[in-house]
Design a protein around this ligand. Sequence first.
Ligand SMILES: [Zn+2]
Length: 317
Amino acid sequence: MRKTNNGKRRRNPAPYPAWEPGAGRDPGRIVKYVVPAICILTVLALFLSSEYRARYGTPTPGADTLSVMFIDVGQGDSELILCGGHSVLIDGGEAACGAKLVSMLRGLGVKKIDCVVATHPHADHIGGLIDVLENVAVGELLMPALTENNIPTTRVYERFLEAAAASGAKAVRAAPGDEYAYGEIRFTVLSPLFAEAADLNDMSVVLRMKYGGVSFLFTGDAGVEAENAMLETGADLSSDVLKVGHHGSRSAKSAAFYRAVSPRIAVVECGDGTEYHPHKETVGALVSIGAQVYRTDRDGTVVVTTDGSRISVTKEK
Ligand SMILES: [Zn+2]
């Protein structure tokens, strides 16, 4: 029980003189002050609610918006792009995430994915794609061209290749400069720029996507070598939204690259409690160039929606 003053009920001090029936009922005052105040407050409330919806409203995939879901797959990458009935899935996290992706795709009503991009054949990117390829129709499968030195011999890669062959998806090798369009989803391949690399991460397919005046950069696990190679090509890297390379590792953190991209929004896809991703200096470098940083380990799935000029971000957590 709440303690009262010597057992007596404590009365709130009256901040205003007690209202008495009949007092302050001057109709002139109501017309002069109350009615305009109500009007101003109503207009303000309507403005704020529409502004709020525009910036933070739940994105509804439709013909006039493009949504990118940076899916929380723990320590791994997966991004689903939806626009006007078309879809592109970039990576699928570890094999254990496959069921989650398939049920998410079904929930969203995605019956066919126009293009699946396997940025590079590491388990935290291609694992979950196995279930997707086995359960959802896929038009094209975009992958880096790999030489014998870079082709992995892992069981997950074998299973991925088996699922890809059985799916009937058309395999396409990513080459810099190539452009793809699926409805209004349009992107250009910027990397890999090497025939083979000492680090398989640097063979990641990197895509720049444009929708109206808004651009996105998806970097897979590309590291500093790949970043420098992209800078050397002189390609336009500037992007409003950056999928941060290699889960926010310092191995993908060329300051010059970040300056060239100059993102307003940066999304790090990383697992909860992982020891080294993202590195503090990576997040710090992004913040220092003015980017708002989102992390799937803290924010859950992050959804960026745009109408081609405005951008809204929603977080799962
Ligand atoms: Zn990775």
